[in-house]
Design a protein around this ligand. Structure first.
Ligand SMILES: Cc1cc2nc3c(=O)[nH]c(=O)nc-3n(C[C@H](O)[C@H](O)[C@H](O)COP(=O)(O)OP(=O)(O)OC[C@H]3O[C@@H](n4cnc5c(N)ncnc54)[C@H](O)[C@@H]3O)c2cc1C
Length: 303
């Protein structure tokens, strides 16, 4: 018997979730970095996700919720807190009246945007190339090419730390730049409704293909990374500042400032969390020294 035995027994009885002990986080993050998670639960549908949250709440545990792990940096030493990983939630999207679609929290944005396009509903084109899930994107208010989740979220069904399920209206998400009430208050998104706009399926798909080509041209997608490491500062672009500071190609261990896109740090082979943290620190110091701007991380460094 250990800290998680009773929780595991309860979740096993419910069914609908995969339970992993000592699971390497490097397998579940786009950086391919991180030691073992002591306990990782993969609910397979929104109902099970809600029940799993309630089990943890009753046990007084505060699980860390992750989606595709595309904005996360976990420690090399591993992670003792339980993790709920939503990336196996493949229940179908629901097409609703009034140009709306409900998606499970763990659905990939690419899948969700493709479903929207097939139903001739536009508005998610910007999100198609972001490698996260619906839940992660809402929590982060992910955005690209002039669009943000805040433009399309109609409502989200969430669970709080006590296992209570409630619905947040668009306004109640209190979206800001790469933040939301979900991230601030530690809510877990179970599923969410997007309010889209009727259009031409062919034109929507064409727009997504154009944006994908732009990404391939400008981003080092062939390497593990977590996308842009820094938030956009008030007075310019992080990538431009890093480039002008002469930091492209700067390397610590297996972590490197991408030559292709200075805003990205890439894992060129065997990078550790420690390497990336040190590289972040060096870049911040040098950009600050040269410009007086202190860059803030967009990537979440989990401790
Ligand atoms: C190659 C590449 C390109 C990228 N391009 C972009 C881009 O253009 N624009 C952009 O904004 N980001 C981009 N990102 C970053 C990342 O994909 C986004 O931040 C994405 O929204 C994270 O989703 P995720 O499912 O991977 O979340 P994770 O990385 O797993 O988690 C991120 C945050 O969301 C929270 N979270 C996850 N699921 C839930 C849930 N169900 N309920 C509540 N909270 C949850 C986590 O606790 C964490 O705080 C890129 C990353 C990569 C690797």
């Amino acid at each position: 018997m250990d800290r998680y035995s009773a929780i595991i027994t309860e979740i096993s009885k419910m069914g609908g979730a995969v339970i992993c002990r000592d699971e390497p986080l490097s397998r579940h993050t786009s950086f391919k970095i991180g030691g073992n998670a002591a306990l990782m639960i993969f609910p397979e549908d929104p109902q099970t996700l809600a029940m799993v949250c309630a089990v943890f709440a009753r046990a007084g545990e505060k699980p860390f919720v992750m989606g595709n792990g595309t904005n996360l940096l976990f420690p090399d030493e591993g992670f003792a807190r339980p993790i709920i990983n939503t990336s196996k939630m493949h229940s179908p999207a629901e097409i609703l009246e009034g140009d709306k679609i409900r998606f499970p929290a763990g659905m990939n944005l690419a899948t969700a945007a493709t479903i929207a396009a097939k139903n001739a509903l536009g508005g998610m084109e910007f999100a198609h190339g972001i490698p996260g899930t619906i839940g992660g994107a809402i929590s982060m208010n992910a955005g690209a090419y002039g669009g943000e989740m805040k433009d399309i979220v109609f409502e989200s069904r969430c669970v709080d730390a006590n296992g209570e399920i409630f619905t947040l209206s668009a306004r109640e998400h209190d979206f800001g730049y790469r933040r939301s009430a979900i991230s601030e208050k530690g809510y877990t998104v179970i599923d969410a409704v997007m309010h889209l706009t009727a259009g031409s399926a062919a034109a929507i798909s064409e727009c997504m293909a154009e944006l994908a080509a732009k990404r391939r041209e400008s981003q080092p997608l062939e390497y593990p990374s977590a996308g842009s490491v820094f938030k956009r500062p008030q007075n310019g672009y992080a990538a431009a500042m890093i480039d002008q500071a002469g930091l492209k190609g700067l390397t610590v261990g297996g972590a490197q400032v991408s030559e292709k896109h200075a805003g990205f740090m890439i894992n060129v082979g065997g990078a550790t969390c420690k390497d990336v943290v040190e590289l972040i620190d060096r870049v911040r110091r040098e950009v600050y020294r040269q410009t007086g701007t202190l860059l803030e991380t967009e990537v979440k460094v989990i401790v």
